[in-house]
Design a protein around this ligand. Structure first.
Ligand SMILES: Nc1ncnc2c1ncn2[C@@H]1O[C@H](COP(=O)(O)OP(=O)(O)O)[C@@H](O)[C@H]1O
Ligand SMILES: [Mg+2]
Length: 253
């Protein structure tokens, strides 16, 4: 679903992503590990068009997307949650979801008056879809609460809910379990597995090695902008060089 060739993303002289060639296969829950500053978030931001790569190529679902902006990629089915969730705190949980881009008619400032009926109907459909997704992500009881009231873990669920509005084929999650209670992490994992069984591909950055080993296959490791390992979780765990040099300090952080 995702393929990069010799991808480089620089910030000044720093190559945060340095010559990365990797692929994420359809139907997988692929894990991405590596120490802080390895370039993982920058890689995700590059794949989703938030940051333009300096050089190299990206293909998403067989289409060259090297220079595609995020909204185009979102409509093509590539969604991304951020390491730090950014909901609109004063708006309700439901409203936050209804704002997610889905290409509705009402988005156009110039939707002609005679289309109002259609706009209204679409709004009702979007609201129904949002409620379904809130139920799925166990946030339905908070639908009318301001998003700012959610706990850190619930905000992560809201982030997932928000991207589900776009029916993504591939979902990139940046540290979904960080700062999330074990109970909410369980729910999150259950939802990821459920969505994966229904055909959604996942690419997940996670610091928690236990999470990666239990739920991700295959695993990719990055250090200093480079991919240093690509293989099964089992192989990653039994690679002494990888464990000693890079992973030892991040286990169970
Ligand atoms: N917007 C930016 N401007 C300048 N440097 C950045 C920016 N974003 C990230 N970096 C730098 O790029 C490197 C990789 O960061 P990041 O992708 O956030 O790593 P990770 O997610 O693996 O912790 C770090 O050295 C970081 O300081
Ligand atoms: Mg990061």
């Amino acid at each position: 679903m995702i393929e990069t060739q010799n991808l480089i993303t620089s910030f000044g002289l720093l190559k945060a992503v340095d010559n990365v060639s990797l692929s994420v296969a359809k139907g997988t829950i692929t894990g991405l590990i590596g120490p802080n500053g390895a370039g993982k978030s920058t890689l995700f931001n590059t794949l989703t068009g938030v940051i333009r790569p300096t050089s190299g190529e990206i293909h998403f679902d067989g289409i060259r997307t090297t220079k595609s902006p995020p909204d185009v990629l979102f409509r093509q089915g590539l969604a991304h949650t951020f390491q730090i969730p950014r909901p609109f705190p004063q708006m309700t949980v439901l409203e936050n979801l209804m704002l997610a881009p889905t290409g509705q008619v009402g988005e156009s400032l110039f939707a002609p008056f005679f289309m109002m009926k259609k706009v209204k109907r679409q709004e009702r459909e979007i609201q129904a879809k949002a409620m379904d997704i809130l139920t799925f992500t166990t946030l339905d009881t908070m639908a009318n609460d301001p998003a700012g009231k959610l706990s850190g873990g619930q905000m992560k669920l809201l982030e997932l809910a928000r991207v589900l509005m776009g029916d993504p084929k591939v979902i990139l999650l940046d540290e979904p379990a960080a700062g999330v209670s074990p109970a909410l992490t369980e729910i999150l994992v259950e939802k990821i597995k459920d969505l994966n069984a229904r055909g959604h591909t996942f690419f997940i950055i996670e610091h928690d090695m236990d999470f990666i080993m239990r739920h991700c296959e295959p695993v990719i490791a990055m250090v200093s902008g480079h991919v240093v390992f690509e293989g099964s979780g089992e192989a990653a765990r039994s690679d002494p060089q990888l464990v000693n040099a890079y992973l030892g300090d991040m286990t169970y952080e």
